[in-house]
Design a protein around this ligand. Structure first.
Ligand code: GLA
Length: 412
């Protein structure tokens, strides 16, 4: 009897140890699940302000989220990019906010942003220094994650400068685990420019990963900076053709922060926005919301277009065809609906005449077909907020140079 009890106790001990090991693996080595189930929507300081950021600016941006209807349209995260911290850590190795730019510190700023019903994000880097030369997280990952948690940070963009021979997957896993151990749920946004093909390994590491080098505010240019280049909107779109399969709820291909409102023509901004939406990219605004034009806000706050990006299926769209100077992009949506985007790539206005019956619209990767011959769909113009009849007739439209016709098709 005594031996049986002892044996049972031994068994129990084993089970308890197994349970402990299992829970600790679960607690410490997975990303936070249930975040970014649809692509994150927000604003980031870098495209317009680089390191020239400060407390008042960020508060003003938070106010503008509310005032301009951007919060209501779904934008949530306000992310400070490079340059928010002091040039040196404190004597205990802690990161500190730049005391001139952010005299009230990061917790106070997070509180302000949270008081508006918004979320707060910060930037750092896997290397010894950030790209702009501020202290990086290498060797300080757990300590930095604890600082972010103590400031109530909700989102971390994590860059890849000054990483020497670091292994990318390993470095991002270390930061993921550090965030998990700190305990506050954080959207983890991987920014290593696609150099190490994160779409192959980052699904369980981060919630989104950049797929290219930095964007710049032009339609299709490349701007060289010696060892690296910045890329226009269409250069970025065309750079990554075969990775749509890997995007989905909680893990997105990130085509970079948007340049809408940063100097391209309004038509080009509409196309840029439509394309980021079709590609299920995070929609992170990169313009100065304090001086944004009405047209820019009309584009950015377009709920019908945003709904395509936020569709619950989370299927990344794809190029269906190039017909003459039109690019046609397609994205399957919930309830057997489709988003279709026609882009006029030429430098003059063009007439579209699209015969639904002549096109076999479908998505082989996801086993979906539109079957326009058997089934009629009603057509909604998402930028002009108009119904355009149904697929029993050809779709006719005049589309201006570099502009877009974006429609949603729903079964009648
Ligand atoms: C890299 C990133 C950019 C930005 C800068 C900051 O270039 O790709 O998005 O964060 O660093 O220095």
């Amino acid at each position: 009897m005594f031996y049986r009890v002892l044996l049972n106790l031994k068994k129990m001990k084993k089970i308890v140890i197994l349970i402990l090991v299992f829970t600790s693996i679960n607690t410490f080595s997975q990303k936070f699940e249930g975040l970014a189930e649809t692509p994150p929507l927000g604003w980031n300081s870098w495209n317009t302000f680089a390191t020239d950021i400060n407390e008042q600016l960020v508060k003003d941006i938070a106010d503008k989220f509310v005032e301009l209807g951007l919060k209501e349209a779904g934008y949530e995260y306000i992310v400070l990019d490079d340059g928010w911290m002091a040039k040196e850590r404190d004597t205990h190795g802690n990161l500190i906010a730049d005391p001139i730019k952010f005299p009230s510190g990061m917790k106070a700023l997070a509180d302000y942003i949270h008081s508006k019903g918004l979320k707060f994000g910060l930037y750092n880097c896997a290397g010894s220094k950030t790209c702009a030369g501020y202290p990086g997280s290498r060797g300080f990952e757990y300590q930095d994650a604890r600082s972010y948690a103590s400031w109530d940070v909700d989102y971390l963009k994590y860059d890849w400068c000054n990483t020497d021979k670091l292994n990318a997957e390993g470095a991002y896993i270390t930061m993921r685990d550090a965030l998990k151990a700190a305990g506050r749920p954080v959207v983890f946004s991987i920014c290593e420019w696609g150099d190490n093909e994160p779409w192959k390994w980052a699904k369980d590491v981060g919630h989104a990963w950049r797929v290219t080098g930095d964007i710049i505010n032009c339609w299709d240019c490349e701007v060289g900076h010696g060892s690296w280049s910045s890329w226009g909107v269409w250069k970025i779109i065309n750079m990554r053709k075969d990775i749509r399969k890997v995007a989905g709820p909680g893990h997105w291909n990130d085509f970079d922060m948007m340049e809408v409102g940063n100097g391209m023509a309004d038509a080009e901004d509409r196309t840029h926005f439509a394309m980021w939406t079709m590609l299920t990219s995070p929609l992170i605004m990169g313009n100065d919301l304090r001086v944004a034009s009405k047209e820019t806000i009309k584009t950015l706050a377009n709920k019908e277009v945003i709904a395509v990006n936020q569709d619950k299926l989370g299927i990344q769209g794809f190029r269906f065809s190039n017909e003459g100077d039109f690019e046609i992009w397609i994205k399957p949506l919930e309830n057997d609906a489709w988003a279709i985007t026609f882009v006029n790539m030429s430098d003059k206005p063009l007439s579209l005449n699209f015969d639904w019956e002549k096109h076999d619209i479908g998505d082989d990767v996801n086993g979906k077909r539109m079957e326009a011959k058997q089934q009629k769909f009603k057509i909604r113009d998402l930028f002009n907020h108009k119904n355009l009849g149904d697929t029993s007739k050809n779709l006719m439209a005049e589309i201006q140079s570099h502009d877009v016709l974006m429609v949603k098709l729903e079964k009648k």
